[in-house]
Design a protein around this ligand. Structure first.
Ligand code: LMR
Length: 399
């Protein structure tokens, strides 16, 4: 049966983590996969999550409903859109618990494919998160990328974004990074988001927000949710939001996320939910409970929620501090290169703009690991390794 099955190379980012873990050097630095690490380079269990785990200690192990934990779905939807969002108060949001951000994207893809059919194109940014293309191709869509990031300047190419939105066929789906664009760290300004929303509405496009970094980007959830709320609440655009609680709650392995569709009427929302329920039932029957219970415990408790907001500040300010630290060290060393982009870009990542051979020699000769496109996860830096990282970059740049 399997003679004709061809081998596919392993996923690049998970492979990088594997190589980093196998590296026995004491100096190794992991700037690969985007996972938050504390000042000692260790995974961080957020105090808010610790508190929530104690609260749910006595939960039973029964199945959740097919659409997921109701309190989680309600609280997470209100968190994203705001409690008084018209779509929330009018009951126009269809929501379903998902296996983190990827699971949410997958369910969104299935739903859109069923609702719109195969003729609609999914637009993704170039570059984008390595999983976007395959998630939407896997459900059958034609996926097209457009220039988003200008390598020469290290900035957003907003003209290209505007033109692509203007020229896309009505009904095209645009996968938008709600904040902290992965991998570039370049987000539209509020004014640019407004322009994008206006074109989206006029051209009858469908925005699908990948919301993996809300709260951990600026430290304020509301600030980071600007684009989502502007499109949906201010402009009344129908949209999907695929939210993950991996980065902003540190719940990487629990796989807890939410897909929501904002529709025009409560009955449309009910119909969409019925479809989502059918997808879930046929794929996983019902979602895992632990992560959803934790998120609901945090969001449903005044003190834990306030603690979580402090934790978001801790993570985002440590990452911002490391941006500045790496930039300062490279400037001090007078390392050849354009480093302003490090402090201009936002979120967990930035693209250093190094060619592949230097990326590979950083790994081989200095044990500094980053994605092949020279994307680094700033969360892997700390006071013990930032100088070493800058010196390593300096050496490869001069070699
Ligand atoms: C990343 O981009 O490194 C993270 O989102 C982890 C992943 O799953 O790729």
């Amino acid at each position: 049966f399997f003679q004709d099955v061809t081998f596919i190379p392993p996923d690049a980012i998970f492979e990088l983590t594997k190589h980093y873990n196998a590296d026995r050097s004491a100096q190794k630095v992991n700037l690969g996969q985007g996972t938050y690490k504390d000042e000692n380079g260790d995974p961080w269990i957020l105090p808010a999550i610790q508190g929530a785990k104690e609260k749910i200690r006595d939960a039973n192990h029964e199945y959740l409903p097919i659409l997921g934990l109701a309190s989680f779905r309600g609280l997470a939807t209100e968190l994203m859109l705001g409690e008084s969002a018209p779509a929330v108060t009018e009951g126009r949001v269809a929501s379903c618990q998902a296996l983190s951000g990827t699971g949410a994207l997958h369910l969104a893809g299935l739903m859109l494919y069923q609702a719109l059919g195969p003729s609609h194109t999914v637009y993704i940014t170039e570059p984008t998160w390595s999983n976007h293309r395959q998630v939407f191709e896997a459900v059958g869509f034609n996926v097209q990328s457009y220039k988003y990031y200008d390598e020469a300047t290290g900035k957003l190419d907003f003209r290209s974004v505007e033109q692509t939105l203007e020229n896309a066929e009505p009904g095209s789906i645009f996968v938008l990074h709600a904040c902290a664009h992965n991998p570039s760290g370049c987000d539209p300004s509020e004014d640019q988001w407004r322009k994008m929303a206006t074109i989206t509405k006029r051209r009858k496009l469908f925005p699908l927000f990948d919301a993996a970094y809300l709260g951990i980007t600026s430290g304020s959830y509301d600030t980071d949710a600007f684009a989502i709320r502007h499109f949906i609440n201010d402009m009344g655009i129908e949209a999907a939001v695929c939210a993950s609680f991996a980065k902003n709650m540190g719940l990487y392995g629990e796989r807890v996320g939410l897909v929501s569709f904002v529709t025009q009427t409560p009955s449309a929302a009910m119909a969409v939910e019925s479809r989502l329920a059918q997808f879930v039932r046929s794929e996983i029957s019902n979602p895992p409970a632990f992560g959803a219970r934790i998120v609901a415990a945090v969001l449903g408790d005044v003190e834990l929620r306030a603690e979580w907001q402090r934790n978001l500040q801790t993570m985002s300010s440590r990452i911002a501090g490391m941006r500045q630290g790496l930039y300062d060290a490279l400037v001090k060393l007078e390392t050849p290169g354009q480093w302003e982009r490090i402090i201009q870009q936002k979120g967990m990542f930035c693209i250093l703009g190094l060619p592949l051979d230097r990326v590979l020699s950083l790994k081989k000769s200095f044990h500094v690991y980053m994605a092949d496109n020279s994307r680094i996860s700033l969360a892997g830096l700390n006071h013990n390794n930032v100088q070493y990282t800058a010196e390593s970059i300096d050496k490869v740049q001069r070699s």
